[in-house]
Ligand binder design. Sequence first.
Ligand code: GLN
Length: 470
Amino acid sequence: MEKATEIVSQIKGKKITAVEVLNRYLRTIKEKDGEIRAFLEVFSESAAAQARAVDEKAAAGLPLGRLAGVPVAIKDNMLYKGHKASCASKILENYISPYTATAVQNLIDADAVIIGRTNMDEFAMGSSTENSAFRPTRNPADTSRVPGGSSGGSAAAVAAGMCPLALGSDTGGSVRQPAAFCGTYGLKPTYGSVSRYGLVAFASSLDQIGVFANSIEDTELAFSVISSHDPKDATSVKYPENKIPGGVKGLRIGLPKEYAAGSGAMDAEVARLFGETVQKLKELGAVFAEISLPHTRYALPAYYIAASSEASSNLGRFDGIRYGLSAQGGTLADVYKKTRGQGFGPEVKRRIMLGTYSLSAGYYDAYYLKAQKTRTLIKRDFDEAFGEVDVIFTPTTPSPAFRFGEKVSDPVAMYLSDIFTIPCNLAGLCGLSIPAGKSGKGLPIGAQFLAKPFNEAVMFKLGEELAHAG
Ligand code: GLN
């Protein structure tokens, strides 16, 4: 699989043009996407214009950006001026972005080529991409299985070699879980390090834009490009200077005892491959310690209350008047009801109802407030753990990719696939899923590093040394 870093150096060294690179990826999309269905739309025209502009710059001897000529796909919940952004929902099916998200603008400013928008669970609610209002995406490793979600299209596109990089969003695991299912790297950056301006809000206190790539170097490169302090996002912060670890030797890695094999619904093969990666890290000189995250067991319920509450408020803006779909009705209330009734799919409606209920008078203290308090306890667990260790290591998901339809009728079973990824968002940490081998059936398995806010560098260091150790 070709790396973004290689494309950039070939373009800078004039060995290949951006137009040639783009055409090659467009051919791969043509060959493979009929079956995989990762893209909701390929931006052939605007991408060609961008690629030509990069080549003109190169020909004129002007300096090229850090992602010169690299095709990058964006999840369908990120705005790109003049292009559709539907969140894979009927309610925004024909919505055209009036401006560009900061993360996408950062890619463009670095001379990347935005190749298309990728499929997702509607409004990023889901773990399999089966909640897309348009079509499910297939896992390139086994097309009878889901690619994970909600950023399933971005993960599948990168895993199938249809683009070297893609952006996703991670509210409770939506970058890391599909990365694990498809066998790519998946980064959930620290809350506040990548601007959310122009990312359609699901749960604003948890949402963060992240990266899919086929190598650790590409993950780092893309992160360094999209991460910026943005006054247009009130929660954006200036990335602090942090010490970069010299190497893995001597790093202290925590293994949460609550996530250990046998303590939950962890698949035996996930446990085995995770153990092998632990062994490799030991050989690289890492020192392991058992840590405890006692409130983890409340993470899932706290997340589904908090995230749904925020979603019920954020999605209030889709009323048939201001954005997208507008159903006919005799009264204003009819327009609201019909638009929302027709425009939202079943999972989105479930979340809006859950959230509205949790926020309503009489239930607020019992649900919403309790979820927020639980969140504080979960964060405290991590603060304590990070007093003892530099980084935490866990499997990314309890099992490899499941089959289509397997969990659709049981929302709680679906929610459980995020059991290891959700606490990171609740605590505002950063997380990185790395490929950790394949199951006997050839299904990719992922393992996840979690680090303190603004400590992406320690996870990158671990990822680099592991990748080079083979
Ligand atoms: N699967 C989780 C959910 O359905 C997480 C989604 C996400 O991270 N966007 O809410």
